[in-house]
Design a protein around this ligand. Structure first.
Ligand SMILES: [Zn+2]
Length: 291
């Protein structure tokens, strides 16, 4: 189990999946053999699968305990969700809830679920099937959801030409939370409570946010999909595919890298491989990860 502490907060990674996914050169068109050779010392085996040429990605949540509250950041893909266009997400049957219990939280113990954005692999466990209906998995939680992201996907879902939004995820994993009265729609920048504030970082999705945690003199930044892979720290202009605004995604990546580097925050991405979190260092020419 991967655990960190930041001030009085304990942070545990709860894994859904971790392994080789997409060919690196399909994901990052600018990636060359020379670049792979330059970074070979750290890429394999945690971030790159040499035999297949595929990047390794993790899908996980972050469980945080602070001030007697349990907070879950980003909810992976969930079980039983039919996503035929996404082989890594389709009809999963993982022991995610058992792993969450091993990390110290049953579903009813979670006080807040916080979503960096509303893509499928971040909201899947928001809901689970019960008697053929999608219902909130965490019955006592307030679900913190970016209002600009909600409005963006709602417009797509309302339009017959683009519905159902996000391959049905909006109806399965987001609307049931709203209908159950458990959602808190927020627009950043926004101070959530004494520990967390919400910083807009749009581009990967229209209303993507990052969550900044402060405790004592220490900080952590949960960056969601501002970058998916550590190569993007060295090459901040490299976008992972599927952005609502490619230029804005680059602007937000540089802004968040700057925030993480200048604050010395523990940086916790949504998909980076082992050790899953670390620090960002500013260099003469840009940034480098200290993971
Ligand atoms: Zn993601």
């Amino acid at each position: 189990m991967t655990a960190f502490s930041v001030g009085k907060a304990s942070i545990i990674r709860v894994e859904e999946t971790y392994g080789p996914t997409y060919p690196v050169k399909e994901i990052f068109a600018a990636c060359t053999d020379a670049i792979l050779a330059e970074h070979a010392a750290w890429l394999a085996p945690s971030h790159y699968d040499q035999p297949s040429g595929k990047i390794k990605l993790s899908v996980h949540s972050w469980l945080i305990e602070i001030g007697g509250k349990k907070i879950l950041i980003d909810c992976c893909c969930g079980n039983n969700k039919i996503k035929p266009g996404r082989p890594f997400w389709n009809m999963l049957d993982t022991p995610y809830l058992e792993r969450l219990a091993a990390a110290g939280a049953r579903p009813q113990d979670i006080d807040f679920v916080m979503c960096t954005h509303l893509h499928h692999d971040h909201v899947g466990w928001n809901t689970q099937l019960s008697n053929g209906r999608w219902v909130p998995t965490f019955p006592n939680a307030r679900y913190v959801i970016s209002k600009p992201d909600f409005e963006y996907f709602k417009a797509l879902d309302d339009d017959p030409k683009t519905a159902p939004a996000e391959m049905g995820t909006f109806r399965e994993c987001v609307l049931p939370i709203i209908e159950a009265g458990r959602a808190e729609l927020v627009t950043g920048p926004h101070r959530l409570n004494e520990h967390f504030d919400i910083v807009p970082a749009p581009g990967h999705s229209a209303g993507h946010v990052v969550f900044r945690l402060e405790s004592g003199a220490q900080q952590a930044v949960f960056i969601g999909d501002v970058f998916h892979h550590l190569l993007q720290v060295y090459y901040p202009d490299w976008n992972f595919p599927k952005n609502s605004d490619v230029e804005q995604a680059r602007v937000s990546r540089r802004k968040v890298l700057e925030l993480c580097a200048s604050s010395g925050a523990l940086t916790l991405p949504g998909h980076v491989g082992a050790p899953f979190a670390g620090h960002i260092e500013a260099t003469a020419s840009g940034f480098q990860p200290r993971f």
